[in-house]
Design a protein around this ligand. Structure first.
Ligand SMILES: Cc1cc2nc3c(=O)[nH]c(=O)nc-3n(C[C@H](O)[C@H](O)[C@H](O)COP(=O)(O)O)c2cc1C
Length: 350
C-alpha cells in the first residue's frame, strides 16, 4: 500500500514527534492541514500520553503519530555520575545554585514500560514510531494486532534492516544533519554519520518498505529532493520548532531565528545520548568531554535539565536543550497550519 494511504494523509509531510516540544495543538493543526501531526511521548508517562492523545482528539479526528523511545534501560554508575555532577558544579554555582546530590533515570524506556503499552493499545493512535531501537517482538505484535501502523528510525542500513525484520511498516532515514536526538541504536557503537541524502537513497534501495527522509529538510525544495531520492515522505522537526504551538521557550526561539542558527553541534553532554543542538553554553561545556565521561541517557538529562532550570531562573537561556538540525537558518515561525500549507504549495500538493 502507498505510504500516504497507510498513514491516511494527503501530503507527504510528517511533523516530527518532538518530546517536550510538540503539543497536541501543533499535531492537530498539522493533521487537519492534511499532513501527519505527531507527539513525542519519550518525556512523559502513560498518564501523560493519555492526556496528550485525548487533547489531540478533541481538536482533530485525523491521523495521529506518537513516538516512544526504545533505548536500553540506563545502567547507573554512581562514581561516574558523581564525577559528572562535580564537572557541572561551577556552571551551577555561576547561577547561584548547587547541583543535585544524585541523578536518577527520569524517563522509562518503552521496552520495559507496560503501562505505556497499555495506554497505546487503549487509545490506538494511527501510527506509533520507535526511536533508539525497536521494542521486543511481543510489544510489536500487540501494537500490530491493534491495527496500529509502525515506523522506526534508522541511522544506517543495518538498523533499517533490523527494523524491517522486527516488523515496521516503513523506515525513517534520519541523517546526521537532523536536529534532536540521533536515533542510533547503540550510542557507543560505530557510527558512519551518514547524511540524509546518502542514507535515504541507500535505504530506499535496500529495505523493501517505504522510506521517510529526515534531517535538514526545511521547505518544499528539501521535500522534493527527498522524494526524488526514493523517499515516500519527509519528516521535519526543526521547521516546526518556531511555530507558536510549540513549547520552545523565548531563548530557544530567539536563538533559532538569529545568526546562532548557523551553528549546530552534536553533543551528548545534555542528555547522555548524541543530539544535535544550537551551539550554546551547554554544547561549549560538552566540547572535549570524552563520551565515556557522560552518564547514560537519561541519567545525564536529569543534571542537564536541572542546570537549564537553574540558569533560566537567572535569565540565562544558554543551557537549554535547543535541539536543531543543520537547516535551522531556514526556519520560519508560522502557525503550524500555515507552515503545512506553505510546504504543500512549495511541492505542488495543494
Ligand atoms: C526539538 C526536537 C525534538 C525531537 N524529539 C524527537 C523525539 O522525541 N522522537 C523522535 O523520534 N525524534 C525526535 N526528534 C528528531 C526528529 O524526529 C527528526 O529526526 C529531526 O527533527 C529531523 O531533522 P530536522 O530537525 O533537521 O528536520 C526531535 C527533533 C527536534 C528538532
Amino acid at each position: 500500500m502507498r505510504l500516504l494511504d497507510l498513514l491516511r494523509i494527503d501530503a507527504p509531510i510528517i511533523q516530527a514527534p518532538m518530546a517536550g516540544l510538540a503539543t497536541p495543538a501543533m499535531a492537530a493543526a498539522v493533521s487537519n492541514a492534511g499532513a501527519l501531526g505527531s507527539l513525542g511521548l519519550g518525556a512523559t508517562d502513560a498518564d501523560g500520553a493519555r492526556k496528550m492523545i485525548a487533547a489531540f482528539r478533541a481538536l482533530s479526528s485525523r491521523s495521529l503519530h506518537v513516538n516512544v523511545f526504545c533505548h536500553r534501560p540506563a545502567r547507573s554508575d554512581a562514581a561516574l555520575e558523581r564525577a559528572w555532577v562535580e564537572r557541572l558544579r561551577l556552571a551551577f554555582e555561576r547561577t547561584g545554585s548547587t547541583p543535585p546530590p544524585a541523578l536518577t533515570e527520569i524517563y522509562k524506556s518503552f521496552v520495559d514500560d507496560d503501562a505505556m503499552l497499555a495506554a497505546l493499545l487503549e487509545t490506538k493512535p494511527t501510527v506509533v514510531s520507535f526511536h533508539f531501537g525497536a521494542p521486543p517482538p511481543d510489544r510489536i505484535a500487540a501494537l500490530r494486532a491493534a491495527g496500529i501502523v509502525l515506523l522506526g528510525t534508522a541511522t544506517s542500513v543495518p538498523e533499517g534492516r533490523k527494523l524491517v525484520e522486527a516488523g515496521v511498516d516503513a523506515v525513517i532515514a534520519q541523517g546526521y544533519e537532523a536536529g534532536g536526538h540521533r536515533g542510533v541504536f547503540d550510542p557507543d557503537g560505530p557510527d558512519d554519520q551518514l547524511g540524509t541524502m546518502a542514507l535515504t537513497r541507500l535505504l530506499a534501495r535496500s529495505v523493501g518498505v517505504p522510506v521517510i527522509a529526515a534531517g535538514g529538510i526545511m521547505d518544499g525544495a528539501g521535500i522534493a529532493a527527498a522524494l526524488r531520492l526514493g523517499a515516500s515522505a519527509a519528516q521535519l522537526g526543526t521547521a516546526f520548532v518556531g511555530c507558536p504551538e510549540s513549547q520552545a521557550d523565548a531563548g530557544y526561539r530567539i536563538a533559532l531565528l538569529s545568526d546562532a542558527a548557523h551553528h549546530t553541534v552534536m553533543t551528548r553532554a545534555i542528555s547522555g545520548r548524541p543530539a544535535r543542538c544550537l551551539a550554546n553554553s551547554f554544547t561549549a561545556l560538552g566540547a572535549g568531554v570524552a563520551d565515556g565521561d557522560v552518564p547514560a541517557y537519561p541519567i545525564a538529562y536529569d543534571a542537564g535539565k536541572a542546570l537549564h532550570a537553574a540558569a533560566k531562573a537567572v535569565g540565562d537561556f544558554g543551557f537549554g536543550a535547543q535541539w536543531a538540525g543543520q537547516g535551522a537558518p531556514l526556519a520560519r515561525s508560522l502557525p503550524a497550519a500555515e507552515l503545512v500549507a506553505a510546504l504543500r504549495a512549495e511541492i505542488g500538493v495543494t
